[in-house]
Design a protein around this ligand. Structure first.
Ligand code: HPA
Length: 247
């Protein structure tokens, strides 16, 4: 039985899933890191693949960009296909002086300007969106084992890629400081657009989730990765995610 947005039969998708936003990245990951690969969906050109990594079945499901899009795939993966360990592998914008292009960032927590938490809890609770502790500590241990540096901390998951958070006169600026300055002061490492949905859905469904990113652009220093530069650090992130998800 397929779901609305994923053309697979139940059983065709592993309970261990990596989640890139970009369908082409999903294909690249499957082709370069997995063996015995088969593609189970191409609905809307949002591809999904199942294969083996070190003998373990792993699926790579693209999610599209942003909270609404990833939420569709999370719901169907978890509720229809029985996903239990979900690791997002994506890009983020570095926001902090300690974060540089091509760094790998692991989201211990996800703060968000999205209304999804309010949709679940009303205004009553500012629910903390957290990584699964078991996946988090395993990912850090894997990174140490393979000598791949990672930065672990809080990220901001935004609904608007083109927001005005770098404008001191923007929505939440105070005329002198930007909203990003405030986020930075509170230790936010990076900005991206999906982790809050991942952590919220995982908490509700009692499954394990983690979000790992490669820094593709640096909002502080106004620097951007070339596509070639993105690829090599992207590979470090995939290795960490795959080694973590099979444990
Ligand atoms: N903003 C939001 N999401 C992102 C960014 C960004 O600058 N870079 C990669 N994902």
């Amino acid at each position: 039985m397929a779901s609305i947005h994923i053309a697979a039969d139940v059983g065709e998708i592993s309970d261990k899933v990596l989640l890139p936003g970009d369908p082409v990245r999903a294909k690249i990951i499957a082709e370069n890191f997995l063996t015995d690969v088969h593609q189970y969906t191409a609905i809307r050109n949002i591809f999904g693949f199942t294969g083996k990594y070190k003998g373990e079945r792993v699926s790579i499901q693209a999610t599209g960009m942003g909270i609404p899009s990833i939420s569709i795939y999370l719901h169907e993966l978890i509720e229809v296909f029985g996903a239990k360990k979900l690791i997002r592998v994506g890009t983020c914008g570095g926001m902090n002086k300690d974060i540089h292009l091509r760094d790998v960032v692991i989201a211990q927590g996800s703060s968000t300007d999205s209304s999804i938490v309010k949709q679940v809890f009303g205004g009553a609770v500012n629910f903390s969106l957290l990584a699964d502790f078991d996946l988090l500590r395993k990912s850090v241990a894997v990174a140490e084992k393979f000598n791949l540096p990672v930065k672990v901390g809080n990220v901001i998951c935004t609904d608007l890629f083109y927001n005005d958070y770098d404008d001191p006169n923007g929505t939440f600026g105070d005329g002198k400081k930007t909203f990003n300055d405030k986020l930075r002061r509170h230790g936010i490492l990076a900005v991206e657009m999906e982790s809050a949905a991942l952590y919220l859905h995982a908490a509700a469904a009692k499954v394990q989730a983690l979000a790992i990113f490669t820094v593709s652009d640096d909002l502080l220093r106004k620097e951007f990765c070339t596509p070639e530069e993105r690829q090599s650090s992207f590979n470090d992130m995939i290795k960490i995610a795959l080694e973590t998800v099979i444990q």
